[in-house]
Design a protein around this ligand. Structure first.
Ligand SMILES: NC(=O)c1ccc[n+]([C@@H]2O[C@H](COP(=O)([O-])OP(=O)(O)OC[C@H]3O[C@@H](n4cnc5c(N)ncnc54)[C@H](O)[C@@H]3O)[C@@H](O)[C@H]2O)c1
Length: 268
């Protein structure tokens, strides 16, 4: 028996930015499937979700796993995705909202242009609102678990604050607000506050931003992490998501769990 046996999970952002390192959403989908969940993996591009399903099937050809393309900034598309998920799996017990982007044009709140503001709010905040509120009706009868993937950037106050900081703060706060609203319905909502994790999205973004090689970016990020001087991997994210999604966390809701190698503690 796996830790998620009998559970049906929808994962938004379960593809990934292409490259050598595994992304958070993909690792979550693989880990959940490994622990016996049926998974409905959505991504912005079908191919990326299908790659995740192939990796699941490589390990277990019998796995119940579906790929689906959705632009989650469109609420009607999110509603459609959830209704297909419920139809294919029979129910929805778990929702993971892992969608998130960074943009090179998102440099400072003092200068950021309106197109970037709109794109950041649409992708990092509206997708969370749409995913959670449209999943709730599927969980009303039997309860459920929602896991959001946010960032330490949402709690940072620094000289170069940007829309990523703003939107991730919004995402984290939304997690607490939904937890408060939904506790009486047996729906738990918890948020992973992620620190530096070596994914392609993070490494490629910083290569471009800082005009550095992959090796330089990785070395800089590694040395910024207090715990053993090394970034986390998407498997660290996946293991935290697994705990929060599972019945092991049945008394846990409204938590904002740092998975950051001590970065928040260092900052104080
Ligand atoms: N890697 C890190 O260091 C780090 C740190 C803190 C937080 N995070 C957060 O972790 C999450 C995953 O990041 P990652 O590094 O694994 O990157 P990733 O690019 O591999 O994953 C992002 C996912 O979001 C999906 N997505 C983007 N726009 C979408 C849209 N409009 N509709 C549907 N799906 C969309 C992509 O398809 C992809 O599957 C993000 O929310 C990110 O902010 C990452």
């Amino acid at each position: 028996m796996g830790r998620l046996s009998g559970k049906c999970a929808v994962i938004f952002g379960g593809g990934q930015t292409p490259g050598v390192d595994i992304g958070n959403g993909r690792a979550i989908a693989l880990r959940f499937a490994e622990e016996g969940a049926a998974v409905f993996v959505t991504a912005r591009h079908l191919k990326r979700a299908e790659e995740t399903i192939s990796m699941i099937r490589e390990k277990n050809p019998e796995a119940v796993a579906f790929a689906y393309e959705v632009d989650a900034t469109d609420e009607s598309a999110v509603q459609k995705a959830l209704s297909v998920a419920a139809e294919k799996m029979g129910k929805i017990d778990i929702l993971v909202q892992n969608i998130g982007i960074m943009m090179q044009s998102d440099k400072s709140l003092l200068t950021v242009d309106n197109a970037t503001i709109d794109a950041m709010i649409a992708t990092n905040e509206k997708t969370t609102l749409y995913a959670v509120r449209n999943t709730v009706p599927y969980m009303m009868e039997h309860g459920g678990s929602v896991v959001l993937v946010s960032s330490i950037a949402g709690a940072m106050v620094g000289s170069n604050a940007n829309m990523y900081n703003v939107t991730k703060a919004g995402m984290t706060h939304m997690g607490e607000l939904f937890a408060g609203m939904l506790a009486k319905d047996g729906i738990r909502v918890n948020t992973i506050i992620l620190g530096m994790v070596q994914t392609n999205m993070a490494v490629c973004f910083n290569q471009e931003k800082n005009h550095q090689s992959r090796e330089e970016v990785i070395a800089n990020r590694d040395q910024a992490v207090p715990l053993r001087g090394g970034q986390g991997t998407a498997w660290d994210t996946a293991n935290a998501a697994l705990f929060l999604a599972s019945d092991e966390a049945k008394f846990v809701t409204g938590a904002s769990l740092p998975v950051d190698g001590g970065t928040t503690v260092k900052r104080g």
